[in-house]
Write a protein that binds this ligand. Sequence first.
Ligand SMILES: [Zn+2]
Length: 420
Amino acid sequence: MESVLIKNVLCLKGFDAKREDLLIEEGKITYGKDKSGKVIDGRNFAAVPGFMNAHTHSAMTLFRGYAEDMPLMEWLEKKIWPLEKKLKPKHIYAGTKLACVEMLKSGCTAFNDMYFEVEQIAKAVEECGIRACISSAFFDFFDEEILENSIKRVEKDLKLLSNRELIIPAVGPHAPYTVSLEGLRRAMEIAKEKNAIVHFHLAETEREVLEFKKREGKSVVKALDEIGFLNSRLIAAHCIWLNDKEIEVLAKRGVSVAHCPISNAKLCSGVFKYEDMIKKGVNVCIGTDGAASNNSLNMLEEMKFSALIQKVYKNTPEFGAKEVFKSATENGYKAVNLRGGKLEEGYLADFSLYDLNTVSFCPNHSLLANIVYSASNSVVYTFVNGKAVVENGYFKGDREEEIKVIEEARRAAEELIYGD
Ligand SMILES: [Zn+2]
């Protein structure tokens, strides 16, 4: 693989900006002077570690703007689930590709996905050159036969997803209100056997938590802990309706939590105890959730909103850019056991170059503050695994290539709404 030298670029290392020559060799970051490969003049760029979108349903870009201003259960039951029934593999492929382009162009280099038709998702991911932890949503609806079929599908999916350079295989039991405790136990068992990540929704709404307690006679965290479901291979999205003791259990078991504040606010699900989670030692990551409840997959927006809502919620102005930036980058990579999300020697070369000659970066008193609070459409390059997948501000450096992806997704969305 050709090396890339970015000369004299302003690197965001930790929380500080430093001018350096950034070299990429064999998909990793180094700091050397090798000029044998491609050379980019970095004077007008800021190099920033790539974001890991820790919870999304990428193909749901097709539902962007389709069902607005509704509470979660009504939104799912009346709008989303009926439309999902009409999805064909080609729609999922087109929606996922649109999602990948959207993420890459806003500085996101990896994502944690849960949806259906993993073969289509993997194809879109590899064609776009983004990194992804992929799971198919697994339901049993408290029915033994459905559970057995889901297990068979998961085993097939894990096989299909393994040994692919940019893909991290995962199992995706959907949520405690759609999967039985036995189903969750089996899902974790398979994940351990195949060394996969587990991706799950937890305590997103108050109703879900109360209904679980009524059904099982104990709190959801206690029940999950008893079946060995809480451990470091678990990424639990949302985790809003948990008390201090339950947060402590998650921390102790090494669970990663994907905080999705825009989706939570939009669906009125509640406010996440971000500061408490961090203080108790939980690995908090940031996710956008699907575009149906966001409506974008932009991690820059998500970081800003994460910081702002927490300041209001806890009345702590001190909580802000450092915490959310760490969550969006290195904590996300840590959740999937990858050495990424930092511009350090030996880390994965997953990062973006932002144009410093844009209004968002002028003046540049603090690169960290500009990234979290003002950066918008300033990404010029995005590198994943050392390869430029966004160049000159366009996906694959080509406006036509980008339009093709957009048109295909538009056709798929229209077919879904107006087709049989
Ligand atoms: Zn979700």
